[in-house]
Ligand binder design. Sequence first.
Ligand code: SF4
Ligand code: SF4
Length: 181
Amino acid sequence: MQGKKKTKIVKTIKIDLDKCNGCRACEVICSAFHATPKYSSTNPARARIRVIHDPLKDVYVPVYAGEYTAAECNGRDKYVIDGKEYDECAFCRASCPSRDLFKEPDSGLPLKCDMCEDDPPQKEPLCVQWCLNDALTYEEREEEVEEEVEQAEMEIGLEALANKYGLGKIMDTVARMSMSR
Ligand code: SF4
Ligand code: SF4
Protein backbone atom coordinates (compact mmCIF):
# COMPACT_ATOMS: atom_id res chain seq x y z
CA MET A 1 0.00 0.00 0.00
CA GLN A 2 1.35 3.41 -1.02
CA GLY A 3 1.31 5.88 1.89
CA LYS A 4 1.25 9.64 1.86
CA LYS A 5 4.60 11.41 1.65
CA LYS A 6 5.70 13.71 4.39
CA THR A 7 8.85 15.63 5.22
CA LYS A 8 10.96 14.22 7.97
CA ILE A 9 14.12 15.55 9.62
CA VAL A 10 16.78 12.85 9.32
CA LYS A 11 19.38 13.07 12.08
CA THR A 12 22.82 11.61 11.47
CA ILE A 13 26.28 11.64 12.97
CA LYS A 14 29.17 12.13 10.60
CA ILE A 15 32.31 10.28 11.66
CA ASP A 16 35.84 11.47 10.92
CA LEU A 17 38.14 8.46 11.48
CA ASP A 18 41.30 10.55 11.31
CA LYS A 19 40.23 12.47 14.41
CA CYS A 20 39.15 9.54 16.62
CA ASN A 21 41.81 8.58 19.18
CA GLY A 22 39.79 5.79 20.82
CA CYS A 23 39.21 7.62 24.13
CA ARG A 24 35.72 5.99 24.34
CA ALA A 25 34.17 9.04 26.01
CA CYS A 26 31.28 8.59 23.56
CA GLU A 27 30.59 5.07 24.93
CA VAL A 28 30.77 6.29 28.52
CA ILE A 29 28.32 9.19 28.16
CA CYS A 30 25.90 7.18 26.01
CA SER A 31 25.70 4.34 28.51
CA ALA A 32 25.37 6.76 31.45
CA PHE A 33 22.58 8.72 29.76
CA HIS A 34 20.65 5.53 29.00
CA ALA A 35 21.15 3.98 32.46
CA THR A 36 18.11 3.60 34.71
CA PRO A 37 17.99 5.92 36.60
CA LYS A 38 19.82 8.29 34.25
CA TYR A 39 23.55 8.71 34.96
CA SER A 40 23.43 6.06 37.72
CA SER A 41 26.05 3.83 36.02
CA THR A 42 28.45 3.63 33.09
CA ASN A 43 28.79 0.38 31.20
CA PRO A 44 29.97 0.58 27.57
CA ALA A 45 28.15 -2.71 26.89
CA ARG A 46 24.94 -0.69 27.19
CA ALA A 47 26.16 2.11 24.90
CA ARG A 48 24.51 2.68 21.54
CA ILE A 49 27.87 3.65 20.09
CA ARG A 50 30.90 1.33 20.13
CA VAL A 51 34.47 2.04 19.15
CA ILE A 52 35.98 -0.77 17.05
CA HIS A 53 39.76 -0.96 17.37
CA ASP A 54 42.48 -2.51 15.27
CA PRO A 55 45.53 -2.57 17.58
CA LEU A 56 48.03 -3.33 14.81
CA LYS A 57 47.10 -0.33 12.71
CA ASP A 58 45.96 1.80 15.63
CA VAL A 59 42.70 2.58 13.85
CA TYR A 60 39.56 3.42 15.83
CA VAL A 61 36.14 3.33 14.20
CA PRO A 62 33.13 4.61 16.17
CA VAL A 63 29.90 2.87 15.04
CA TYR A 64 26.50 3.91 16.38
CA ALA A 65 23.62 1.48 16.57
CA GLY A 66 21.04 1.41 13.79
CA GLU A 67 17.96 -0.68 13.20
CA TYR A 68 17.34 -4.10 14.71
CA THR A 69 17.39 -6.88 12.14
CA ALA A 70 15.50 -10.12 12.77
CA ALA A 71 17.80 -12.27 10.58
CA GLU A 72 21.35 -12.23 9.26
CA CYS A 73 21.65 -10.24 6.07
CA ASN A 74 23.26 -11.64 2.93
CA GLY A 75 24.45 -8.53 1.11
CA ARG A 76 27.55 -8.00 3.19
CA ASP A 77 30.60 -5.91 2.34
CA LYS A 78 34.23 -6.33 3.36
CA TYR A 79 36.08 -3.19 4.44
CA VAL A 80 39.73 -2.34 3.92
CA ILE A 81 41.18 0.51 5.98
CA ASP A 82 44.89 1.30 5.66
CA GLY A 83 45.44 -2.08 4.01
CA LYS A 84 43.80 -4.09 6.82
CA GLU A 85 40.72 -6.12 5.91
CA TYR A 86 37.83 -6.14 8.38
CA ASP A 87 35.17 -8.84 8.42
CA GLU A 88 31.77 -8.15 6.90
CA CYS A 89 30.05 -7.51 10.21
CA ALA A 90 32.73 -5.32 11.81
CA PHE A 91 31.11 -1.96 11.11
CA CYS A 92 27.51 -3.02 10.77
CA ARG A 93 25.14 -0.77 12.71
CA ALA A 94 22.41 -3.38 13.22
CA SER A 95 21.57 -5.28 16.36
CA CYS A 96 21.54 -8.77 14.83
CA PRO A 97 20.95 -12.34 16.11
CA SER A 98 24.38 -13.47 14.87
CA ARG A 99 26.46 -11.35 17.26
CA ASP A 100 26.35 -9.72 20.70
CA LEU A 101 26.96 -6.11 19.72
CA PHE A 102 24.20 -3.58 20.44
CA LYS A 103 22.22 -5.79 22.78
CA GLU A 104 21.21 -4.81 26.28
CA PRO A 105 23.45 -7.13 28.37
CA ASP A 106 20.76 -8.24 30.87
CA SER A 107 17.70 -8.62 28.66
CA GLY A 108 19.30 -9.14 25.23
CA LEU A 109 16.93 -6.53 23.79
CA PRO A 110 18.27 -4.58 20.80
CA LEU A 111 19.85 -1.19 21.43
CA LYS A 112 19.32 1.58 18.90
CA CYS A 113 20.74 5.09 18.86
CA ASP A 114 17.93 7.55 19.64
CA MET A 115 20.06 10.64 18.96
CA CYS A 116 19.62 11.22 22.71
CA GLU A 117 15.94 12.02 22.57
CA ASP A 118 14.98 13.80 25.72
CA ASP A 119 12.55 16.34 27.09
CA PRO A 120 13.74 19.06 26.71
CA PRO A 121 15.81 17.93 23.72
CA GLN A 122 19.62 17.95 23.81
CA LYS A 123 21.16 20.76 21.77
CA GLU A 124 23.30 18.02 20.16
CA PRO A 125 23.60 14.26 20.79
CA LEU A 126 25.67 13.65 23.92
CA CYS A 127 28.39 11.59 22.21
CA VAL A 128 28.95 14.52 19.83
CA GLN A 129 29.18 16.93 22.76
CA TRP A 130 31.60 14.68 24.64
CA CYS A 131 33.91 13.98 21.70
CA LEU A 132 36.63 16.52 22.37
CA ASN A 133 38.46 15.60 19.16
CA ASP A 134 35.53 16.57 16.91
CA ALA A 135 35.50 13.09 15.38
CA LEU A 136 31.68 13.15 15.60
CA THR A 137 29.59 15.85 13.94
CA TYR A 138 25.81 16.09 14.22
CA GLU A 139 23.94 16.70 10.96
CA GLU A 140 20.28 17.15 10.07
CA ARG A 141 18.71 16.97 6.64
CA GLU A 142 15.16 16.97 5.32
CA GLU A 143 13.87 13.90 3.48
CA GLU A 144 10.53 12.89 1.99
CA VAL A 145 9.35 9.59 3.49
CA GLU A 146 6.28 7.37 3.30
CA GLU A 147 4.10 7.67 6.38
CA GLU A 148 4.14 3.87 6.78
CA VAL A 149 7.90 3.83 7.41
CA GLU A 150 7.37 4.85 11.02
CA GLN A 151 4.75 2.15 11.43
CA ALA A 152 7.23 -0.41 10.05
CA GLU A 153 9.87 0.73 12.57
CA MET A 154 7.40 0.26 15.41
CA GLU A 155 6.50 -3.23 14.19
CA ILE A 156 10.16 -4.26 14.10
CA GLY A 157 10.59 -3.06 17.71
CA LEU A 158 7.52 -5.01 18.79
CA GLU A 159 8.72 -8.10 16.94
CA ALA A 160 12.01 -7.99 18.87
CA LEU A 161 10.13 -7.79 22.16
CA ALA A 162 7.74 -10.59 21.17
CA ASN A 163 10.63 -12.86 20.12
CA LYS A 164 12.28 -12.29 23.47
CA TYR A 165 9.34 -12.45 25.88
CA GLY A 166 6.51 -14.03 23.91
CA LEU A 167 3.49 -12.21 22.54
CA GLY A 168 1.25 -13.15 25.48
CA LYS A 169 3.50 -11.47 28.01
CA ILE A 170 3.77 -8.30 25.90
CA MET A 171 -0.03 -8.14 25.57
CA ASP A 172 -0.44 -8.58 29.35
CA THR A 173 2.05 -5.78 30.01
CA VAL A 174 0.32 -3.42 27.56
CA ALA A 175 -3.06 -4.22 29.13
CA ARG A 176 -1.67 -3.55 32.63
CA MET A 177 -0.10 -0.25 31.50
CA SER A 178 -3.31 0.99 29.88
CA MET A 179 -5.33 0.16 33.02
CA SER A 180 -2.95 2.05 35.27
CA ARG A 181 -3.25 5.26 33.18
S1 SF4 B 1 34.71 10.32 22.00
FE1 SF4 B 1 35.38 10.84 19.91
S2 SF4 B 1 37.60 10.49 19.90
FE2 SF4 B 1 36.77 9.44 21.70
S3 SF4 B 1 36.37 7.33 20.96
FE3 SF4 B 1 34.46 8.46 20.72
S4 SF4 B 1 34.51 9.23 18.62
FE4 SF4 B 1 36.61 8.62 19.14
S1 SF4 C 1 23.50 10.04 19.76
FE1 SF4 C 1 23.07 9.60 21.90
S2 SF4 C 1 22.05 7.59 21.82
FE2 SF4 C 1 23.12 7.85 19.87
S3 SF4 C 1 25.12 6.91 20.16
FE3 SF4 C 1 25.35 9.10 20.61
S4 SF4 C 1 25.07 9.27 22.86
FE4 SF4 C 1 24.27 7.27 22.19
